[in-house]
Design a protein around this ligand. Structure first.
Ligand code: ADP
Ligand code: MG
Length: 368
């Protein structure tokens, strides 16, 4: 049972506090993605798990055992980095076999383990080539192969796809998800790319400035973001926000006034806000639709037609707040025109002054 628990973890470099009170319980065989903007502490947290960096306070438990003082090699963990660091003069076979040679395994054991890794990663016919003869994606697979042969309890990945072009990243996402299924191993994967997080993770940890904003399944984060940060970070294009004023609040409903012109009655629990409070009202671009009457007006600046969808960028309200709508591919809009947008009240989110979500009522969503 390769469980991973992180308890009350904090990390400082000198006087700089990088991680604050991190608490996470990762289940056996789970694929967990740490996602957040550059500099939020993802790599530091991963390096602490690997034993490459010490905790300032708190505990790391692997299979229930405290490993704070264990050296990296004693933790049963293997890490794949963004730069794949292959030995250019060694063949693919020997690059994958490298950790086994260090452990002085017999030739037949090495052959068996490298063979298995190569077949999982579809590198069987590349084993005699040198890294220089491989594509970027193949090189990254060799680096992953080197990690697989060690039979680690937990795989750690630090932005392993960042150096690849977009099409290859898409392919590799699918491959890594398949790999997780085949190896049936616990994996922790770091990325700044919310699409990678959404597509690969069983559960996602959203990190911001060294703190956990939310830990949940992709669909929980999408439908029930607990903070404005998570709401804005997850989902593409990003959620729209408008500042509004609370005109009435009950446990069942919050009424807000947008821009003095539009009143929305939102099915949110209003026990943490009072009349007159400012709230940030959020709506996802894909939850908006064009209406003939009602709704709110948007001045259309730029249209991106992607075929299946049409992304419309513009401005709304007296403050000309930037707004975005994701509409049907053949939506009849033109740049420079005005359109009216509306949505079902259940699609709106609202966040208090501290950026915490007002709880949503009776909103169900599909999850696997
Ligand atoms: N060895 C170090 N010494 C001092 N500061 C560091 C060190 N490593 C990382 N940091 C700082 O810690 C913060 C988090 O870095 P990092 O974990 O690499 O972020 P991420 O991987 O999310 O981009 C950054 O502000 C970075 O400058
Ligand atoms: Mg990093």
């Amino acid at each position: 049972m390769a469980t991973l628990d992180i308890k009350n973890l904090a990390k400082s470099f000198g006087s700089v506090d990088v991680l604050h009170d991190i608490n996470l319980s990762i289940a056996d065989k789970e694929f967990v993605v740490f996602v957040g903007p550059s500099g939020c502490g993802k790599s530091t947290l991963l390096r602490i798990i690997a034993g490459l960096e010490e905790v300032t306070s708190g505990d790391i438990l692997i299979e229930g055992q405290n490993v704070n003082t264990h050296a990296p090699v004693e933790r049963g963990i293997s890490m794949v980095f963004q730069s794949y660091a292959l030995y250019p003069h060694l063949s693919v076979f020997e690059n994958i076999a490298f950790p086994l040679r260090v452990q002085k395994l017999s030739n037949s054991d090495v052959k068996a383990r490298v063979g298995r890794a190569a077949s999982i990663l579809q590198l069987q016919d590349k084993l005699s080539l040198k890294p220089g003869q491989l594509s970027g994606g193949q090189r990254q697979r060799v680096a992953i192969g080197r990690s697989i042969v060690r039979n680690p309890k937990i795989f750690l990945f630090d932005e392993p796809l960042s150096n690849l072009d977009a099409a290859l990243r898409g392919d590799m996402r699918v491959e890594l998800s398949q790999l997780h299924r085949e190896l049936n191993a616990t994996m922790v994967y770091v990325t700044h790319d919310q699409v990678e997080a959404m597509t690969m993770a069983d559960r996602i940890v959203v990190l911001n400035a060294g703190m956990v904003e939310q830990f949940g399944t992709p669909m929980e984060l999408y439908h029930r973001p607990e903070t404005k940060f998570v709401a804005g970070f997850i989902g593409q294009p990003n959620m729209n926000f408008l500042t509004a004023k609370v005109t009435a609040a009950s446990a069942q409903e919050v009424r807000v006034d947008l821009d003095g012109a539009i009143t929305l009655a939102l099915p949110l629990a209003g026990d943490t806000v009072q009349v007159g409070d400012p709230v940030d009202v959020g709506i996802r671009p894909e939850d908006l639709r064009i209406v003939e009457d009602g709704g709110f007006e948007m001045h259309v600046d730029v249209i991106e037609r992607l075929g299946g969808v049409c992304i419309v960028y513009g401005r709304i309200g007296a403050n000309e707040t930037r707004y975005c709508a994701s509409l049907a591919g053949d939506a009849r809009v033109t740049e420079g025109s005005m359109i009216k947008l509306a949505s079902d009240p259940a699609n709106f989110h609202a966040f208090d002054r501290a950026g915490r979500a007002l709880h949503r009522l009776n909103v169900s969503f599909e999850t696997e």
